[in-house]
Design a protein around this ligand. Structure first.
Ligand SMILES: Cc1cc2nc3c(=O)[nH]c(=O)nc-3n(C[C@H](O)[C@H](O)[C@H](O)COP(=O)(O)OP(=O)(O)OC[C@H]3O[C@@H](n4cnc5c(N)ncnc54)[C@H](O)[C@@H]3O)c2cc1C
Length: 158
């Protein structure tokens, strides 16, 4: 019977690994909390309205459609029990023979709670959209403020 490899995370690391696993020897389960790969180096372009989010989002099932021995599940992994070789996720438990944790990293605020509270992060497409919306809204606010100022000036001079 084939051994089962569970890979958590369909980022650069997880995808590269899954692509290279020997299908004859292993069954593979890829779990990610989103069902598409996010091309992080282009987050800046989404955040600054130069690219649409869809341009940097690639469905995991499309990228890996040539793999016969692969299952993909949309779930957030909550905990790992290494003794029982079991993981708990938002859609239930999965057992494994080998586990690969490729979940990337989180933004480091270096212990500064004020920055954490107020800063924008840029680790997901959703973050990039939040920044883009904030920039666009700020420009809208500037235009509104300028219009009010123009109106006030013309009222006071007449
Ligand atoms: C804005 C930005 C620009 C960058 N530019 C460059 C660049 O120009 N060149 C370069 O070499 N590198 C760049 N990097 C770094 C590069 O993107 C990362 O090093 C790389 O994405 C890390 O790959 P990874 O597979 O380890 O993690 P990720 O690509 O972050 O993938 C982790 C995956 O795990 C999933 N995941 C996380 N937690 C869970 C969970 N609990 N349950 C289920 N799934 C989970 C996530 O949804 C994600 O799909 C950039 C990064 C950022 C943020």
């Amino acid at each position: 019977m084939k051994k089962k490899i569970v890979v958590i995370g369909g980022g650069f690391a997880g995808i590269q690994l899954v692509k290279n696993i020997d299908e004859e020897r292993f069954d593979v389960l890829l779990i990610d909390q989103i069902n598409h790969h996010q091309f992080q180096p282009l987050f800046y372009q989404v955040a600054t309205s130069q690219l649409e989010p869809a341009s940097i989002s690639f469905p995991l099932r499309y990228i890996l459609n040539k793999k016969d021995n692969l299952q993909i599940r949309l779930a957030k992994v909550i905990s790992v029990d290494a003794t029982k070789q079991n993981i708990e996720s938002s859609i239930g438990a999965f057992s494994y023979d080998y586990l690969v944790i490729a979940i990337g990293c989180q933004t480091n605020f270096f212990g500064n709670e004020e920055i954490k509270k107020h800063a924008f992060t840029l680790k997901t497409t959703y973050d990039a959209i939040q920044i883009r919306n904030h920039i666009l809204q700020t420009f809208e606010n500037i235009i509104s403020a300028m219009k009010v100022k123009e109106r006030d000036c013309s009222t006071s001079s007449s």
